[in-house]
Ligand binder design. Structure first.
Ligand code: GSH
Length: 201
């Protein structure tokens, strides 16, 4: 399989899952800072112009973080990236959806792309401030879910990879402190060999 990946972007979470499963893969870097996601070459591959984007061995493709994570978990059940009980699976995706659709798309995106939310440049500081609030609220909610646990749902799951990419932004891009439980989670994740391999890419 081939993962189209932007360094330090949300696709880091998917690369972590692929590394956790030890799947043979190629990571094709898309230079988001240089706008490579809007190049005709990349748009021909993924018209959405976004990463993560996964090309499977049969040539078919998958986009959207939760869908890719679900595919990886279900097609590699021995990797135990999801619980078995249907309610427990739904709880994991309840957290994943909140992190991807709210914390990332509504929070972080406001901070890094305020123009997507208001064409009025004089409003951008307010847009960014709201983004910081949304992201901060989400991290506090995940800290509450973590409590004293190392991973969100006890055992490592796809939700931990989503939380890690948000934490990575807080620490490395925004230089904001994490809630204590998230800092512990970030440190524990950083110790995992698969996370270290994904970061090295
Ligand atoms: N809803 C998409 C969001 C993907 C997304 O926004 N990816 C960002 C990187 S973190 C991206 O490709 N941004 C490039 C751009 O918007 O130009 C998903 O779940 O995969």
């Amino acid at each position: 399989m081939k993962l189209y990946h932007g360094r330090g972007s949300c696709s880091l979470g998917i690369l972590i899952l692929i590394e956790e499963l030890d799947l043979p893969h190629e990571a094709e870097l898309v230079d988001l800072a240089a706008g490579a996601q809007r190049s005709p070459e990349f748009l021909a591959v993924n018209p959405k112009g976004k990463v993560p984007f996964l090309q499977l061995d049969d040539g078919s493709t998958l986009s959207e973080w939760p869908a890719i994570a679900l595919y990886l978990a279900l097609s590699n059940p021995k990797g135990a990236l999801l619980p078995v009980d249907p309610v427990a699976v739904a709880r994991v995706f309840e957290a994943v959806e909140y992190m991807v659709s709210t914390a990332h798309m509504q929070g972080f995106t406001r901070i890094v792309r305020p123009g997507n939310f208001s064409p009025d440049e004089s409003a951008h500081d307010r847009v960014k401030a709201r983004g910081h609030e949304i992201l901060g609220e989400a991290l506090e909610a995940m800290a509450g879910k973590l409590g004293d646990k190392t991973y969100l749902f006890g055992e490592f799951s796809v939700a931990d990879a989503a939380l890690f990419y948000l934490e990575n932004w807080m620490v490395r891009r925004l230089e904001r402190p994490l809630p204590a439980a998230c800092q512990r989670h970030f440190d524990a994740m950083s110790e995992r060999p698969a996370v270290q391999r994904a970061l090295a890419v």
